[in-house]
Unconditional design. Structure first.
Length: 283
């Protein structure tokens, strides 16, 4: 053991089943499916189910949403079999907390959360730092000063924004993230990943001294998977974004929703109460 941790790689904005399967074969740790209608990488739930079928539960699927309603998120998660939910819009803690155990909250450089604000997000599974932009919610392809995110090193942080084979290692060295999120810089067209650019081993940086006690620098589940092709949800008792947890959540497949770690039932209960007619005391 040399004390180095290979950074995990999330391939975001996949739109084609065969393309998604190829990304997994090349070693992707996560796949991002975009459900924001304003994105050129938007896909409907049925297309996402096709991708989930092609991937076959080998890596966790991350659903990307922008200011979506809880009902939309729950319905999509159940139909597709999402493992994680990424909140890429202007959602506040009250909108995200019902999904906290499976949530990734996005912040943008230029307005990184301070210690007090970050404390309000301590329950979420992870955070993602993206390039600043006035009008777009990700996928800009614009590089930025990745070192600005270095203060978040040691948390389960995804680093995004203009990362590709030519600058991935420099970005990792500057910010020391838990994972990198790549999208437009590895594409031949929006949503279609270029397999020559998608050299995951080139995208993975390695950095020294970031091993957190209890995790020991294990690689965890890779694209071809452990446990007969599926990721194992093993000994990760602390799923806050404050540790480098090596194991991703176990992929659950279409129709499984977000799994027992996420209180989706809380959202459904809230919705049911909102629809229920009020009753007079003693009625």
């Amino acid at each position: 053991m040399d004390g180095s941790i290979p950074v995990k790689v999330k391939i975001c904005g996949v739109t084609d089943p065969a393309n998604a399967a190829a990304a997994v074969e090349m070693g992707a740790d996560y796949l991002g499916l975009n459900f924001y209608p304003g994105s050129p990488r938007f896909i409907a739930a049925e297309r996402a189910r096709e991708i989930a079928g092609a991937v076959g539960g080998r890596v966790p699927l991350v659903g990307v949403f922008v200011n979506a309603s809880p009902g939309e998120i729950v319905e999509t998660a159940e139909r597709v079999g999402l493992d994680l939910v990424q909140f890429s819009g202007d959602e506040g803690p009250e909108a995200v907390m019902p999904f906290a155990a499976r949530a990734i909250k996005v912040f943008r450089a230029g307005r990184l959360p301070g210690r007090e604000e970050l404390a309000a997000w301590s329950a979420v599974w992870g955070i993602l730092i993206d390039a600043p932009h006035r009008g777009l919610y990700g996928g800009t392809g614009e590089a930025w000063d990745y070192g600005a995110a270095a203060e978040l090193a040691g948390r389960r942080t995804f680093l995004a924004g203009g990362i590709g084979p030519d600058n991935a290692r420099r970005a990792v060295a500057a910010a020391r993230p838990w994972a990198i999120d790549v999208c437009s810089r590895v594409e031949s067209a929006p949503g279609i990943k270029d397999l020559e650019l998608l050299a995951v081993r080139q995208l993975q940086g390695e950095y020294d001294g970031a091993v957190v006690a209890g995790h020991g620098g294990r690689r965890g589940c890779r694209g071809r998977g452990a446990d007969q092709g599926r990721c194992a949800d093993r000994d990760d008792p602390d799923r806050s974004p404050n540790v480098h947890a090596d194991d991703p959540p176990q992929p659950r497949g279409a129709g499984a929703g977000l799994g027992s770690l996420d209180p989706v039932s809380t959202v459904l209960t809230i919705q049911a109460k909102a629809r229920a007619p009020s009753r007079a005391p003693g009625g």
